[in-house]
Design a protein around this ligand. Structure first.
Ligand code: HEC
Length: 151
């Protein structure tokens, strides 16, 4: 009753006020249903089961050791080291080559003193990333000034 007086709807339809609670009930049910779906699908526990365990562990190491401050994935990240997106499938490099760098570092890349298992997990993560897309620009597409040539 108060609601009716408080909101003066432009349409003078008596059924409109009766419809409001039903609409609210419907919207509320929809909201609860949608929120539950969002909760289930955004739950990190369910996310974990979608990717293999070692890949997930490798991703955590990648984040904890801040590999992205020097390396790029999909072209994003630091530029001190090379892009690692497609290194796993690179015939001139590949997992064994990567393993040496990750395990021992170089004079430019730090040695993170990772265990054998951790190194394998990082490589599993990088192999998984490799399957998801290509980012390396071919040398022919780079102008001598360093700009990418996009046709
Ligand atoms: C301080 C910057 C820095 C960080 C942090 C870093 N790297 Fe590197 N990384 C480099 C540099 C620079 C190179 C090139 C090595 C060289 O030429 O000496 C390299 C090389 C590599 C290579 C070999 C690629 C190639 O073709 O030379 C791999 C694989 C690699 N890094 C993985 C990792 C991983 C995994 C992490 C995180 C655990 C990491 N890096 C963290 C700087 C870094």
């Amino acid at each position: 009753m108060y609601l009716k007086e408080a909101i003066s709807l432009p349409v003078d339809n008596p059924y409109l006020y009766q419809m409001i609670p039903k609409t609210w009930c419907f919207l509320f049910t929809l909201f609860v249903f949608y929120s539950t779906l969002v909760y289930i699908y955004s739950n990190p526990e369910t996310q974990k089961t979608k990717v293999p365990k070692d890949v997930y562990a490798g991703m955590n190491i990648w984040q904890q050791k801040n590999c992205h401050t020097c390396h790029q994935l999909y072209g994003l990240g630091g530029y001190m080291g090379p892009d690692l997106t497609n290194m796993a499938s690179d015939k001139t490099k590949g997992p064994a080559y990567m393993k040496v760098f990750i395990q021992y570092g170089t004079n430019k890349m730090p040695n993170f003193h990772l265990t054998e298992t951790e190194v394998d997990q990082v490589i599993a993560f990088l192999k998984w990333v490799d399957k998801s897309g290509k980012t390396r620009v071919s040398p022919q597409s780079v102008h001598w000034t360093g700009t990418y040539i996009i046709n």
